[in-house]
Design a protein around this ligand. Structure first.
Ligand SMILES: C[S@@+](CC[C@H](N)C(=O)[O-])C[C@H]1O[C@@H](n2cnc3c(N)ncnc32)[C@H](O)[C@@H]1O
Length: 215
C-alpha cells in the first residue's frame, strides 16, 4: 500500500475553522472512551498534563478533575477557532489552572516536565513525528502517555473499516499510517502497550516516558 501524504496543517486549519461551532455535538458518543483514556493517565492532585490537539477542550473537565485545583492542564491547538471554543469553556467554568496554547504542536513552545501526555482523536498529530517527539520530550521521567483514536480494522472487518473511514475523513487530512497510527509514538515510548478496540476500528495506547515510574 502507498504510504499516503503527510498531514496537511493548512487543510486542518481550514477544516476545523468550519467545524468549530458544531464540533462538540459530533463527539458526545466518545465521552466514555475519553474518561477511560484520562483514567489511564493515572494523574494525581498537583500534576501537570498536556492535551495535544485539545480542540474545543472536550477533555478538560476530566483532566482537571484528575489533577485537582493545584494541578495544571495545558492544551495545544492548531486551529484558532477550536481554541476559541476551548477558551470559552475555560472562562465559563472559571478554571484558573487550564490554558490553551495556539500553534502547531510540531513547533509551538511546549511546557516541560509534565506528568501526563494525552493524544485523544488526533490522527494527524500522531502521524507528525516532530509533534510526537516533542510531546514525549515534554514529559518528565516516568510521565504517562495515552493515545486513543481510529485505526484500520483487519480486512475481514471491512464493514467496520467503511464506517470508521467515513466518520474519520471529516477530522483527518490523511489516512497515512492508519494501519498503526501509534507507530511514531511507539518509537518514542519503549514498551508502549496497544489495545485494539471495536473489532480493530480504534486503539488505545498506553505507556510512559523513560525513567523510573512515578512513586
Ligand atoms: C479530531 S480533533 C480532536 C480534538 C480533541 N482532542 C477531542 O478529543 O475532541 C483533532 C484536533 O487536532 C488539532 N490538530 C491537528 N493538527 C495539529 C497540530 N499539528 N498541532 C496542534 N493541533 C493539531 C486539530 O485542529 C483538531 O482540533
Amino acid at each position: 500500500m502507498k504510504p499516503g501524504p503527510p498531514p496537511d496543517t493548512a487543510e486542518a486549519r481550514r477544516r476545523y475553522r468550519q467545524l468549530a461551532s458544531r464540533y462538540d455535538r459530533h463527539i458526545r458518543f466518545v465521552a466514555p472512551l475519553r474518561r477511560r483514556a484520562v483514567e489511564r493517565l493515572k494523574l494525581r492532585d498537583g500534576d501537570h498534563v498536556l492535551d495535544l490537539g485539545c480542540g474545543t477542550g472536550a477533555s478538560f473537565e476530566d483532566l482537571r478533575s484528575a489533577v485537582g485545583v493545584t494541578g495544571q492542564v495545558t492544551g495545544i491547538e492548531l486551529s484558532d477557532e477550536m481554541a476559541a471554543v476551548a477558551r470559552q469553556r475555560i472562562e465559563d467554568n472559571e478554571w484558573k489552572n487550564v490554558e490553551v496554547l495556539v500553534g502547531d504542536a510540531a513547533n509551538v513552545t511546549l511546557p516541560s516536565d509534565v506528568d501526563g501526555i494525552l493524544f485523544f482523536e488526533t490522527h494527524d498529530l500522531m502521524r507528525t513525528p516532530a509533534a510526537v517527539k516533542r510531546a514525549v520530550a515534554a514529559g518528565g521521567p516516568g510521565a504517562r502517555v495515552v493515545a486513543f483514536g481510529p485505526a484500520s480494522a483487519p480486512r475481514w472487518a471491512f464493514p467496520v473499516n467503511a464506517i470508521v473511514r467515513s466518520v474519520a475523513r471529516r477530522y483527518v487530512t490523511t489516512f497515512e499510517g492508519f494501519d498503526a497510527p501509534w507507530s511514531h509514538l511507539a518509537a518514542e515510548v519503549p514498551g508502549l502497550r496497544v489495545r485494539r478496540l471495536f473489532l480493530g476500528g480504534a486503539y488505545l495506547a498506553v505507556g510512559q516516558t523513560a525513567g523510573p515510574p512515578r512513586p
